[in-house]
Ligand binder design. Sequence first.
Ligand SMILES: [Zn+2]
Length: 447
Amino acid sequence: MLLRLSPPRALRNPRILSMATPSRQSSRFQARAVTTLAVEASGSPRKRKRASDDTLDGAQSETGKKLGPKRTCQPKPEAIYIIPDVSPKKTTFKGRLGYACLNTVLRNKKPAKDSIFCSRTCRLDSIKKNGIDWVKDLGRQNVQDLLTMIQWNEDNNIKFMRMSSEMFPFASHAVHGYSLEYCAPLLARVGELAKKLDHRLTAHPGQYTQLGSPKAEVVQASVRELAYHSEMMDRMGLGVDSVMIIHGGGMYDDKNATLGRIKKTITEVLSPGVRARLVLENDEMCYNAEDLLPLCEELDVPLVFDYHHDALFPSSITPSEIIRRANAIWDRRGIKPKQHLSEARPGAVTLMERRAHADRCESLPVDLPDNMGMWKVPLHAAIFDSSCSDLMIEAKDKEQAVLHLYRIYGLHPVIHASLRPPNEDQTKETKGRKSTKKQRMSKEDGE
Ligand SMILES: [Zn+2]
């Protein structure tokens, strides 16, 4: 059912009016505020569809059946979104904000064939059914779409992102694994674009990457997974800042013994190329920053400090001290430091609830260094500015969470057509089972 709002009514409606009044709104959006709106009364509160300027189109939509086959030929009306204003805050932080794996604007493009994303994957059965070339073609499409995502980021003042760990489905599989040689030219194009735009690409291999497992086959699979990510980055020609981040993994009833096995795998099994890109990150259940720092310092493996994980599983040392020690490692290695930021969902109480990432972040951490403390500008300083610090925003709303912080802190101008409103029901999603679609989207998150 469609509800028609005439322009004067639309302007009297405070939600719709709000999009025309905030100082940050572009003239384009002000113009949209006075267009005729067709509101989907039974649909999502997040999205309003604008009827065509042609009144007939609106009438057709209401009557439905009169449209006939012609309707399929007509482009869908451009969606219009009501973007709430933000409460401005101040910061001295001058670093860059990035997001992980999925761009919600590009992913949700309609029709579905226009959707842009890098995590096309399949079940093992599909390899047997469709053949390995079909699977490899999914990888090619993923890489093709990565080019579009990087350009979108550039157009929206975003300079770094994490690549999906599913770019090449089953590439590291013991039986069905394959070389990325077939995709070499396209991977090189990604690297050239990233380099041209000074875009940092990182990776976060999945939770099954367990360097400290007591099972040899698990360690072997983990090493293959890291090697695949490393090959992808090498074929892109990415530099030292393109790191692969993993957690400590399981504790297997003995944390110290497991840390010993992680050390052994890093020093004795990983190839120099893989080890050069390896970074560890504190998690919220098994290994906090304090558990990992001694190993990281001993082996010169950088540590990504995750604020959310530290809040859930704190160390006895402060975030500032952890960051100071972590940045000393990044510094020694000549790699640009990075950290992770996310927040618990509003109203989250139990540990399990607090583990879930909020849709967006409302604040930058108070102890976030303006330029990552000890970080010094190395020889290749010409390619990035001296206030180098990268903060990965690990929020469900992905690029929207970055743009949200841009607006709150005035970090960069935003294109209003790129903004989407926050989900009004986010607290409900911490309860109950996820639907299949949500599970899939969560997998695409790559967190
Ligand atoms: Zn993280």
